[in-house]
Design a protein around this ligand. Structure first.
Ligand code: NAD
Length: 269
């Protein structure tokens, strides 16, 4: 059994991760912790996640939890992730990191940790989204410049940022397939008189409505036909399942900075 610790175990993703680890035949929950002032400190991590007791209490020390773990899965906040990386490098613990919103300095630190330990980092751990990124890149390359590409993403009405990180990665994938610069090609929504569409444009459109968990469409339209590649997330358990899949994969890897595409064996340009 591989010993897996869960950071931010009281959070929405943390609880989904505890469920995914406890239910996995090759993994055992070695530790679970959250920030020092969290009201859930001291509770059983399994019960907190809606399961029977896992006999692992939610602690408040990253150092103690990482010392007990071969792999740590971290979906918390950028500052917490930085501290976790430091402890993991000291003990040689592998890391699966899903925390978003990191600065470029924080990401560089995470990449550098890959020289000492195995790290898998992804802004979206859903297997389906990783397949969408790969298919969109491939489609953009095959269809070429005769086909216009547009991205439409939809999320719930409480989401603060736009476009989603997943849509930004989709933009980069399509741009890579078409041999374009994603920054120069992106057109975020259209209003007024933007003029006739330029061939190299990739439109990005953000819908915010109701309780949509997350939907991403890569649309390619050419003369007389169109293709839509669409991914819909129904529950955040898909991210937890992907992270757990990464955990079983990373155990066999040398130190390095890996992406979910490495875990899934997807080849990108
Ligand atoms: P959340 O707010 O429900 O959970 C975050 C948890 O981290 C909280 O319990 C919080 O107390 C804990 N935390 C914060 N600082 C900590 C510290 N110093 N030490 C220990 N625990 C600490 O949020 P969430 O919806 O679970 O999302 C968490 C992160 O995961 C966000 O960055 C989110 O964008 C990201 N996320 C990534 C993916 C992906 O596939 N990569 C998917 C979903 C969410």
């Amino acid at each position: 059994m591989i010993k897996v610790g869960i950071a931010g175990a009281a959070g929405k993703m943390g609880r989904a991760l505890v469920r995914a680890v406890v239910e996995h035949p090759e993994l055992s929950l070695s530790a679970a912790w959250d920030r020092k002032d969290h009201p859930s400190i001291g509770q059983d991590a399994g019960v907190l996640a809606g399961l029977v007791a896992a006999y692992v209490v939610v602690g408040d020390s990253a150092a103690a939890a990482i010392a007990k773990s071969e792999i740590v899965i971290d979906f918390t906040a950028p500052d917490a992730t930085v501290a976790i990386v430091r402890h993991a490098v000291e003990t040689g613990c592998a890391l699966i990191v899903g925390t978003t919103g990191m600065t470029s300095e924080q990401l560089t630190m995470l990449q550098k940790a890959g020289e000492k330990i195995a790290v898998v980092y992804a802004t979206n751990f859903s297997t389906g989204v990783n397949v969408l990124w790969a298919l969109a890149e491939q489609a953009a390359g095959i269809l070429g410049e005769a086909y216009d590409a547009e991205i439409i993403e939809s999320h719930h009405n409480l989401k603060k940022d736009a476009p989603s990180g997943t849509a930004v990665t989709l933009l980069e994938a399509i741009a890579r397939g078409k041999g374009l610069d994603p920054q120069k090609s992106a057109i975020h929504g259209r209003v007024g008189m933007p003029g006739v569409r330029r061939k190299e444009e990739i439109g990005v459109h953000a819908v915010r409505a109701g309780d949509i968990v997350g939907e991403h469409i890569a649309l390619f339209a050419g003369p007389g036909e169109r293709i839509e590649l669409k991914h819909q997330a129904h529950s955040r358990d898909v991210f937890a399942r992907g992270a757990v899949r990464a955990a079983t994969w990373v155990k066999k890897q040398d130190p390095g900075f890996y992406h979910m595409s490495d875990v899934l064996g997807i080849k990108t340009k």
